[in-house]
Design a protein around this ligand. Sequence first.
Ligand code: UDX
Ligand code: ADP
Length: 472
Amino acid sequence: MTVVKNICCIGAGYVGGPTCAVIAYKCPDIKVTIVDINPTRIAAWNSDNLPIYEPGLDEIVFQCRGKNLFFTTDVDATIQEADLIFVSVNTPTKKSGIGAGMAADLAFVESATRRIAEVSKSSKIVVEKSTVPCRTAQSMRTILDANSTPEIHFDILSNPEFLAEGTAITDLLNPDRVLIGALQTPEGLKAQEALVNVYTHWVPRDRVITTNLWSSELSKLAANAMLAQRISSINALSAICEATGADVDEVAYACGRDSRLGPKFLKASVGFGGSCFQKDILNLVYLSQQLNLPEVADYWKQVVIMNEYQKKRFVRKIISTLFNTITHKKIAVLGFAFKKDTGDTRESAAITLIKDFIQENAKVAIYDPKVCPEQIFMDLSEPGVVDNRKELEKQIQICASAYEAAEGADAVVIVTEWDEFRDDQIDYTKIYDSMHKPAFLFDGRLLVNPTKLREIGFKVSVIGKNELAGTA
Ligand code: UDX
Ligand code: ADP
């Protein structure tokens, strides 16, 4: 039986960092080294100020770092030392060429795989951790096989990560399941067992699912597509609610009480974001097209189309409520991250919304408790919108608190559901008093109690709720 003693993780990002920190924490007998080509990122992992915010992560890293958890840019030496290598590099959607806008760009996976092939001096288990299109393991195998010798053998496993940002540590410590796919050969099964034994340090064996490689790769895309589909379904219903007077929270609750449906992932919102949902669905769409299954492709594509529609619908609602123009008006945006408890902004609905506000010539004041100003400028400076930082600075103001953002604003827009924006955490009377009147509040997260805020004096619009039904 292969016993894993030394793990290398290539890629110190949102997936590799927390996952391997938890492995180190739960497996004191295993040395875990996380490598990255980005020296700034590694320096941050080695500092008191970790490069990603995730509740509970600091404690685990500070406890294990320097004992059995290490961060370095020395990729080659770490690969050579390891008996198991997680490939956790980024797999963004391709921006150009064949499959642009849909297929995953596998350049980083390929370059990491080639590095493993080039520098390895002993046999290794190579684990695909990044979410990848189906059959990526096959490409990795081709690269590794072409570079292996009779003495050096590579086994490839698929071990997709299901953690959600903001709850990464609890998800990793207590996962619903761990999925490990392998080629169904004696060597493949042996490698699979070796990784099973890493996870069973803390995960009950019956939660570790073993499958073939392709099932494992597809399951990750399928799980994300189905979760996103639930959100698009409730968001589609939210439009009906607004038009009829039904309340989307009540509808979600009534549906979720059916044990076949369950209550989770039925929270209507201004649209899902994050690095995974859209990317993975588009991957699935691309795969279906490649397999000549256009109906299947169209089916999944609709989940993304509905998400875009939801964001645009929210913007239109804001503009029409503000008397059909937001030119020169001040809009306070509360939240920039794609969800609470993370500083990650990838595909955040806030980006789409604010770009639209800017195009309408509004002044936008932004406050997020965890996203740094540089990141906000980077996200909003994409070419085609406002590519000049000075121009952008004329239209956006980054604030240190919700109060500062709301001062003199015509409207407050809640985009991220941070707890500190709840009406029992923040003083909405103070916010109301400092705003232009009439003071509008648009809740894209169903976070506040509209009745309470209307009593203060706000004109409130909430996704999936008809304001007339509330004010009678
Ligand atoms: C997701 C998957 O949940 C996770 O299993 C996978 O490994 C990576 O992708 P993540 O993107 O980190 O995780 O966050 P998630 O909690 O799934 O939220 C994604 C987006 O959907 C967020 O913008 C969130 O606000 C939104 N959302 C989620 C809703 O709008 N409504 C809901 O009911 C749930
Ligand atoms: P994810 O959310 O999937 O973790 P991130 O972008 O947060 O994605 O992290 C991926 C990390 O992988 C980045 O820090 C990037 O620098 C790193 N990376 C990409 N290619 C390589 C490589 N060939 N060798 C080492 N690190 C790499």
